[in-house]
Ligand binder design. Structure first.
Ligand SMILES: [Zn+2]
Length: 328
């Protein structure tokens, strides 16, 4: 029975990691639209609310629909793949080297991003509007996940180092508390010559940040008394959110945010930039198709004025009209 409870807990734990949280994913996808060059931007702006909202659908497939194939697409436990120099580069090579069980436990994020990129490029080539929008929004989600340090490690919730709760604190609580002050303005999208090496670079960088993140949290915890570290409920027990995740005290969350020296904002901004780079690259690789006929001219015209206002705001680092559902 004890064993069963333990297994059950592990399942529940991994069940509720939503990767960047709703706040993060929505802000990343929405900002990326403004970093696109025209004319691709015009098409994406016509559907910016869909792109924003759909950013969390990969997580809904994982939790709400309980789609078993979805889970490994969001992470890669790099430590378990052995020497990183010989890591398979393509999905075909990967499937030859590892079985499904290994991959569902250790993740396929690196290869899945490439897969969605290929599908998005094809959708652009064929000018399939719904596929373009759906795949672009999905891609934004996985690129965001690749920037989350703990999505690249087997120690994904600090569970191996007695730092449980750090995952949701970093990716959901901190953005919810401080994300409104972040600067979402980035450089304009650029063409990515080698998608595979670019996504690999992103993942390796996140993996390095994982160490900084865990060390910072460990050092800070030494300075906090247990009763100052967590929020407690009326009965004095550590409070949990609706997903059963530990709620750290505002003081601890704020101190961690300062100690991380802008890491969360930096990773969010890097996600925005990479997302727009990848969308733009898929479109260029598809031969820069003219998408103007996919929407009624009247819709584009109506949106022009609104776009100018929103773009101006984004230039100042702010986003218009995003009120993300709270997790904490
Ligand atoms: Zn995810």
């Amino acid at each position: 029975m004890k064993k069963f409870v333990l297994i059950f807990n592990v399942v529940i734990l991994s069940f509720f990691f939503v990767s960047w949280g709703t706040f993060g994913h929505e802000h990343i996808n929405r900002s990326a639209v403004f970093a696109l060059p025209a004319p691709l931007q015009t098409f994406f702006y016509n559907h910016i609310d869909f792109i924003t909202q759909e950013s969390t659908v990969p997580d809904l497939r994982k939790y709400t629909l309980n789609d078993k194939a979805e889970n490994p697409r969001h992470f890669i436990d790099l430590e378990n793949f052995g020497s990183l120099d010989s890591i398979p580069k393509t999905m075909d090579e990967l499937k030859k080297k590892y079985d499904d069980k290994f991959l569902s436990q250790n993740g396929i994020l690196f290869w899945y991003v490439q897969d969605v990129m290929d599908k998005l490029t094809k959708a652009f080539k064929e000018k399939k509007k719904t596929e373009i929008l759906f795949l672009a929004a999905d891609l934004g989600h996985y690129i965001g996940d690749a920037h989350m340090p703990l999505h690249t490690s087997a120690n994904y919730d600090g569970q191996q180092t007695n730092q449980k709760g750090i995952h949701a604190l970093w990716e959901s609580r901190l953005p919810e508390m401080f994300g409104k002050t972040y600067n979402y303005n980035t450089l304009e999208a650029r063409y990515v010559d080698n998608v595979q090496s670019e996504i690999w670079k992103i993942i390796l960088n996140s993996h390095r940040l994982k160490d900084t993140l865990l060390l910072t949290d460990r050092d800070l915890k030494k300075k906090f008394a247990e009763d100052k570290m967590y929020k407690t409920d009326a009965s004095g027990k550590v409070a949990k959110n609706k997903y059963g995740q530990t709620i750290f005290s505002e003081e601890y969350a704020a101190a961690l945010h300062v100690s991380l020296k802008g890491m969360v904002e930096e990773q969010m901004r890097a996600s925005v930039k990479a997302c727009s780079d990848f969308w733009f690259t898929a479109w260029v690789n598809a031969g820069k198709p003219d998408l103007s006929a996919l929407d009624p001219a009247a819709l584009t015209k109506r949106n022009t004025k609104q776009f100018k206002q929103e773009y101006k705001l984004w230039k100042q680092g702010k986003l218009f009209g995003v009120e993300s559902e709270k997790e904490f």
